[in-house]
Design a protein around this ligand. Structure first.
Ligand code: ADP
Ligand code: SF4
Length: 698
């Protein structure tokens, strides 16, 4: 049994927050999860696991307080009236069961929420189009509206208290919450006592804090989430300007300050664009202005970095969304001296993409995220087997490594073989690309875990064929042989292969293998995630002229979901990459590529010395096919079970490969697999239309 390193004791000190006390300094700040009011038990189950893992405070996501500001189609929490209490009470109770405090972020988002579901006219400080491109406008609030908002917020605070929450937020963050809109002159052009000078602009926030304290302050702590800097210079709030002044003015009013930057893409920056602790410059000095505890975030996964934040007086509580998603047991691992077992967030924002795609949260590092309730998956425990058996995993990429890890945790004897000298498959290669070095944590975590397990043997530089596999005579074989980038251009845009000419055609695999790329190169990105843009960055760093062609309207368009798109496009423009959007390839000559407009079909030739195709990947399943064929021939007398997993089954994200490996290993030997998982079905409401019992049908 290992013990906590005394260096980290400070992280386990209790902290008083108004009338409540948290047992340690680990604070899961509010974060969206794509489950919210639609999948409330799944949300509660996910939060419960974090409390079990040692997070002293566990908060909800944004919680709507009224149909006057609802966030559909995005799925957040909801507390419109008393009928919404039981769903959230379930979460509060589940968090309390592990000795943690439950927090709730009450949110009214004004012009940021176009009210697509309720069809109410959104409210704003001043008349303004809604955020995004919905062709509607929010209207300037009257003083009566402001009074109504205060009543709505107060009523929601009381319901939150009745649901059992200990910390109740007033949300002025991310340029999303209406109180924040009042703070910023570009959104607030009012002439009355709520507009103009900063003391007027902060009036609504002050009133909401006072109302909430008055309503629930005897039992609950009142927290404020404030975006103190918008990272847009004088156009927005600045830490060294109005942002800092607002904080200083209201310093003693709430029981806790949760401070970050706006907008969301600045707050939840990926590792490609930011380091751990990147928000520190905006928090420095705040604690000198208040006696109330301060929470900050910065994708903290290193306990030393956390201790440093507390010791240097940057923050009192270590806020985390993503690190708590990647490892719900991060605090518990520090507490029990198992820091080498921490599954560190890689900063990829696949979790964030779930909010944008309105689906339950998933995580590259933690395949159990979002599956706690619906599949009953625990991040730290897997079902043990009673009878030992021999397993063979071929391929040590993310799918194979995760599969081997889970099989070994379950008690199987595991042999893992890989043809390459370095384990890690695509991740090991991709982590060497510009900005992606943190991704190697996917491999580091799994190799570290495998090293600790006595029932695992690893064979590197061991390419195996079907006969080798048969000779090994395992009870269960998992083929995780991955994929490679296609050289024929097939993908979304091209449905028949490109003709071959003298023009060298290259794939990302060639570039990663260190091949030279003749300049200028036409880079055709029909993948739309990160690979095309990191290839362009890499080639620019080698002095290659890059013409970036994409059938989409902007580069790396899927990365809107990971909050990276505008940063990627800016970076490519700054690197002098020539971007040709809304175009596809229709032909290749010896010294040029022919492009066609996606709308008109008009073509033009672009001179090129090479063509880099980032279109789609082909699964490498020859080993699996050979094994399948052999077992067909022999009538499968051996009784060996055979499984194809990861990119070899269907190329996808690294998160999908890890999930595939995890699931195959966790479900091995279980009762006949079912696609069904737990789900909640809405209670039917009253139905004032004539009905006829189905049994009466003629
Ligand atoms: P995934 O994302 O599904 O994990 P990767 O492409 O990252 O897939 O990894 C596949 C791994 O499988 C690579 O490390 C590769 O070296 C290995 N591999 C492929 N074919 C064989 C084989 N026949 N024998 C051993 N290892 C193999
Ligand atoms: Fe971190 Fe990526 Fe997991 Fe999100 S999906 S928590 S960014 S590893």
């Amino acid at each position: 049994m290992r013990a906590r390193d005394p260096r980290f004791d400070i992280l386990f000190e209790p902290v008083q927050i108004g009338p409540v006390k948290t047992r340690n300094r680990f604070y899961q700040v509010p974060h969206c999860n794509g489950m919210g009011h639609v999948h409330p038990s799944a949300m509660a189950g996910m939060r419960a696991v974090k409390a079990e893992g040692g997070w002293g405070v566990v908060c909800t996501e944004e919680c709507e307080i009224s149909p006057l500001s609802e966030f559909s189609p995005y799925i957040e929490a909801r507390l419109w009236d008393d009928r919404d209490i039981p769903a959230l009470a379930r979460m509060a109770q589940a968090v309390h069961a592990h000795g943690s405090l439950a927090g709730i972020e009450l949110a009214f988002n004004g012009y940021s929420a176009p009210n697509r579901f309720s069809r109410e006219i959104p409210w704003a400080p001043s008349d303004t189009p809604v955020r995004g491109y919905d062709p509607i406008q929010a209207r300037a609030m009257t003083l009566a509206d402001i009074r109504q908002l205060r009543q709505l917020h107060r009523a929601a605070a009381l319901r939150a208290r009745d649901a059992g929450f200990d910390i109740i937020y007033v949300y002025a963050g991310h340029d999303l919450g209406l109180p924040f809109h009042f703070l910023t002159p570009r959104n607030n052009r009012r002439q009355d006592e709520y507009g103009g000078a900063v003391e007027n602009r902060l009036r609504l926030l002050r009133e909401l804090i006072e109302d909430t304290k008055d309503a629930v302050g005897d039992r609950c702590a009142v927290a404020v989430r404030l975006a103190i800097d918008e990272r847009m210079g004088r156009e927005g709030l600045e830490r060294q300007g109005d942002g800092g002044e607002i904080f200083a003015t209201l310093a003693e009013l709430p029981d806790l300050w949760d401070v970050n930057v706006a907008d969301w893409s600045n707050d939840s920056m990926t590792s490609r664009f930011s380091e751990e602790g990147f928000q520190e410059q905006f928090l420095l000095g705040l604690k000198a202005l208040t006696t109330k505890p301060v929470v900050g975030v910065g994708r903290f996964t290193s306990p030393d970095a956390m201790v440093s934040q507390v010791r240097r007086g940057v923050m009192d509580l270590i806020g985390a969304a993503r690190p708590s998603i990647a490892d719900p047991f991060l605090p518990e691992k520090i507490d029990s001296g198992r820091t080498d077992e921490i599954r560190e967030c890689i900063g990829c924002n696949i979790c964030v993409s779930s909010d944008h795609t309105m689906t339950p949260v998933r995580c590259t590092q933690n395949p159990t995220m979002g599956e706690e309730w619906r599949r009953g998956w625990h991040p730290e425990r897997v079902p043990r087997i009673s009878e030992p058996a021999r397993t063979l995993v071929v391929g040590g990429g993310p799918a194979g490594l995760e599969c081997a890890r889970v099989l070994a945790e379950r008690g199987y004897d595991v042999a893992l073989v890989d043809a390459a000298r370095d384990l890690g498959g695509r991740v090991t290669r991709e982590a060497r690309l510009p900005g992606l070095s943190a991704w190697i944590r996917v491999i580091d975590y799994r190799l570290e875990a495998l090293r600790r397990l006595p029932n695992v043997e690893i064979y590197q530089e061991s390419p195996v064929g079907a006969d080798d596999v048969r000779e090994f005579d395992a009870d269960h074989v998992f083929v995780a042989t991955g994929s490679h980038w296609r050289r024929d251009g097939l993908g979304r845009a091209l449905r028949s292969p490109l003709a071959q000419t003298a023009l060298p055609v290259i794939t990302p695999d060639d570039v990663m293998a260190g091949g030279t790329i003749p300049s200028p190169v036409v880079l055709f990105d029909d993948d739309h995630y990160y690979m095309g843009s990191v290839m362009a960055e890499l080639l620019r760093s080698r002095g290659v002229e890059v013409i970036f062609v994409t059938p989409a309207a902007d580069v790396a368009t899927w990365t809107h979901n990971t909050l990276e798109q505008s940063r990627i496009q800016r970076r490519l423009i700054e690197l002098d990459v020539r971007i040709v959007a809304s175009h596809s390839i229709t032909g290749v000559g010896d010294d040029h590529v022919t492009l066609a407009c996606e709308y008109t079909g008009r073509t033009h030739d672009v001179p090129a010395a090479s063509l880099l195709l980032v279109t789609s990947r082909a699964p490498q399943r020859s080993l699996y096919d050979a094994l399948e064929a052999q077992s067909q021939q022999t009538g499968d007398a051996s009784g060996t079970s055979l499984h194809l997993i990861g990119d070899g089954l269907a190329p996808g994200t690294i998160a999908a490969a890890v999930y595939s490996g995890h699931r195959a290993a966790r479900e091995l030997g279980m009762a006949p697999q079912t696609l069904m998982f737990r789900r909640e079905i809405p209670a039917l409401g009253e139905f004032p239309f004539p009905v006829r019992p189905s049994t009466d049908r003629q």
